[in-house]
Design a protein around this ligand. Structure first.
Ligand code: NAD
Ligand code: MG
Length: 294
């Protein structure tokens, strides 16, 4: 029997301690440390033998998905920025602890040639590719449009939109019928915050991409679905994604009264890749503590 647990008290609640890290930030240095399911996630062979590539998988949702995929029997290649090596090392160790192959492929997704190489390297190391999770993201809050530089705007677009496009294009050379593409979008796609203008635009683009690609790839037997998280306790938020005031009260305005932890979305990434969900495509699955969807 699994003990009943009240989701409102299951994880830390605000107020949180003031904290700030330079982008992209490390999960290891957050207080409290995020829960990516390191201890809690239990697999049951749902993705046995699958080969997955996940971007931004050193921390946050990507890391939770990587741990869960390995525990469900998949081999997993992870991408992250070179500065995130300490977080990535932990993820590779966790994947290997399950007896699965863990492939570390660091590099900057704002570069098209790197995106193409990343997919090729992942497919080569894994012996193919069946699951592609486009999850890496850049979020830098700015209270006024005049605070968003062309350089910053471009970095957000490149990371969140161009990389999704380049990587999916490259992945399609490998994905066979039965494969799954998963895009991490956001509640920001539907209900954008005033200080996340450029970021929210990219998340709306991710939602739209999910839906149009599902239509394009449905006849080919490749499913495309999205995940729309609400406020989740990850490095993205402490590395420029939120103001200090928002961070101290992070997630407090949701009906759950707290932010989500990456671990609480792991099973969604599993479900969307699982072959038993074979009729689900073009869907966006939310996890926002009670808010979020239109
Ligand atoms: P995170 O910081 O743990 O993960 C984001 C990852 O993106 C980083 O670990 C980094 O590896 C990667 N990344 C950023 N720029 C990159 C670049 N140029 N090249 C390669 N990799 C790069 O934070 P997270 O919250 O888990 O973010 C994962 C996804 O979830 C993002 O797409 C984000 O937009 C989305 N999201 C987050 C929240 C939230 O509240 N945390 C809410 C909704 C959606
Ligand atoms: Mg990270």
């Amino acid at each position: 029997m699994i003990a009943m647990q009240d989701p409102t008290t299951k994880h830390p609640k605000p107020p949180f301690e003031k904290q700030k890290q330079p982008f992209p930030g490390l999960a290891t240095r957050m207080n409290p440390k995020p829960d990516h399911g390191e201890i809690s996630y239990k697999g049951s062979g749902r993705l046995a033998g699958r080969k997955a590539l996940i971007t931004g998988a050193d921390s946050g949702m990507g890391r939770a998905a990587a741990i869960a995929y390995a525990r469900e029997g998949a081999d997993v290649a992870i991408n992250y920025l070179p500065d995130e090596e300490p977080d990535a090392k932990e993820v590779i160790a966790l994947i290997e602890k399950e007896g699965r192959k863990g492939v570390a492929l660091p590099g900057d997704l704002r570069n098209e040639a790197f995106c193409e190489k990343l997919v090729e390297d992942a497919a080569k190391a894994l012996g193919g590719l069946d699951i592609f999770v486009s999850n890496a993201g850049r979020q830098q809050q700015a209270g006024a449009l005049s605070d968003i530089t062309t350089e910053g705007f471009d970095a957000t677009m490149k990371t969140n939109i161009y990389a999704m496009f380049w990587l999916t294009k490259a992945a399609l050379k490998h994905l066979q019928p039965g494969s799954a593409i998963i895009i991490t979008t956001s509640e920001q796609a539907y209900d954008p915050s005033g200080d996340l203008v450029d970021y929210a635009m990219t998340k709306a683009a991710g939602m739209s991409f999910t839906k149009s690609m599902a239509k394009q790839l449905g006849p080919k037997g490749i499913r495309v679905n999205g995940v729309a998280p609400g406020p989740i306790w990850t490095p993205l938020q402490v590395a420029g994604g939120a103001t200090m005031e928002k961070l101290e009260q992070f997630g407090g305005k949701t009906p759950m009264g707290r932010p989500g932890q990456p671990a609480e979305l792991a099973s969604i990434y599993v479900q969307l890749a699982d072959p038993t969900a074979s009729y689900a495509t073009g869907q966006v699955y939310g996890a926002a503590g009670g808010g979020g969807q239109p």
